[in-house]
Design a binder for this molecule. Structure first.
Ligand code: HSE
Length: 297
C-alpha cells in the first residue's frame, strides 16, 4: 500500500496574485493498493458529490497524465481518499487532487520525474502554479511562470504565525472568479501591488507583522471578486480589529484568510459573526503552516 498526503494551500495572500502560495496543515490523503480495476472511494469533504462520479476526478487526471508522460499504461488501483479540504472555497482542493495523482503515479513509476516536472504537469492541468508549488514544496512559496518555465523559491517563515480561515458555505468556481478580472492593469496599480507583495514577503521573512495589514490589502483583484462574497470588507475589518495582523481573500475565494500571532478565538468569532450578519454561514478553521509539502508515507 502507498499513501500520499497533500496539504491545502492558500494562494495570493492579497496582492501576490498567481505568485504566492502558503501550505496549510489540512490534508487530502490517498491510499492506493493494486487492484484488477481502478476504483475510488471518497470520505470527508465533498464525499457525496465525489462518490457520484468516481470515474472522472482530478486525482485520476493527475495519475493518467503522469503515466502518459512516462509512456506507460495506468495500472489498476483501488484508491481510498480522505479529503479534509473544503472544495471550491479557495483552499487549493483541485491542486491537492492533481498533485496527489501526479505524486502517487510518480512514486509507483519509481520516481522518474523530479519536482520541477511535477510542477509543470500540475500547472498545465490547473492553469496556474501558485497552489501546486505550495502543495509540493510546503511553506510559503513565490512562483514565476516565465518563458515556458516555472521558477520558484520557498521562503523561510517564522514559527509563530497562525492562520485563521473563514470558509463560507458556498462555492465560488475559480474560472468564474478569474473570468471577471481585467486583461490589463494601470501602471500605478501594478506598482502598488508589487510594493505590497514585497513588503508582505519581507515582513514575514523578518518576523515583523507591523505592516501586514496594508501589505495584504490587495486593491486590484479583491475589489472585483468581493461582489460574490457578502460582507467581504466588513469581515476583513472585523478580523483586523479582533487582532489579525492582516487578512485577504484566500485564492480565488470565497474563503478569507487571516494571519495572526496566535489562534485567538476572538478573530474567528469576529469573522463568523460578521458573515452571519450578512446571512452567510461559515466554518472557522484554525490552522498552522505546513512546512513539508506533499509526502509519500
Ligand atoms: N491565483 C489563483 C487565483 C488561485 O487567484 O485565481 C486560484 O486558486
Amino acid at each position: 500500500m502507498v499513501t500520499v498526503k497533500v496539504p491545502a494551500t492558500s494562494a495570493n495572500l492579497g496582492p501576490g496574485f498567481d505568485t504566492l502560495g502558503l501550505a496549510l496543515d489540512l490534508f487530502l490523503t490517498v491510499e492506493a493498493v493494486a487492484a484488477p480495476v481502478t476504483s475510488c472511494v471518497f470520505s470527508g469533504e465533498g464525499e457525496k458529490q465525489l462518490n457520484k462520479n468516481t470515474g472522472s476526478n482530478l486525482i485520476l487526471a493527475g495519475l493518467q497524465r503522469i503515466y502518459q508522460e512516462a509512456g506507460q499504461p495506468l495500472p489498476g488501483l483501488k484508491l481510498s481518499v480522505n479529503n479534509q479540504i473544503p472544495m471550491g472555497r479557495g483552499l487549493g482542493s483541485s491542486a491537492a487532487a492533481i498533485i496527489a495523482g501526479l505524486s502517487l503515479g510518480n512514486h509507483l513509476l519509481g520516481g522518474c520525474f523530479n519536482n520541477q516536472r511535477l510542477i509543470h504537469l500540475a500547472a498545465e492541468l490547473e492553469g496556474h502554479a501558485d497552489n501546486a508549488v505550495a502543495a509540493i514544496a510546503g511553506g510559503l512559496i513565490t512562483v514565476l511562470k516565465y518563458g515556458g518555465e516555472i521558477y520558484y523559491q520557498k521562503t523561510p517563515l517564522p514559527e509563530n504565525i497562525s492562520v485563521i480561515i473563514a470558509v463560507p458555505d458556498f462555492e465560488l468556481p475559480t474560472h468564474e472568479a478569474r473570468r471577471i478580472l481585467p486583461a490589463t492593469l494601470e501602471l500605478g496599480d501594478a506598482v502598488i501591488n508589487m510594493q505590497k507583495t514585497c513588503l508582505l514577503l519581507a515582513g514575514l521573512f523578518n518576523n515583523d507583522l507591523t505592516y501586514m495589514n496594508i501589505a495584504m490589502d490587495d486593491q486590484i483583484f479583491q475589489p472585483l471578486r468581493k461582489q460574490y462574497i457578502p460582507g467581504f470588507d466588513q469581515v476583513l475589518d472585523e478580523a483586523r480589529k479582533a487582532g489579525a495582523a492582516g487578512a485577504a481573500l484566500s485564492g480565488a475565494g470565497p474563503s478569507i484568510i487571516a494571519l495572526a500571532r496566535d489562534h485567538s478565538p476572538a478573530i474567528g468569532q469576529a469573522m463568523q459573526e460578521t458573515f452571519q450578519n450578512h446571512d452567510v454561514s461559515c466554518q472557522i478553521l484554525y490552522l498552522k503552516i505546513n512546512h513539508t509539502g506533499v509526502q509519500i508515507l
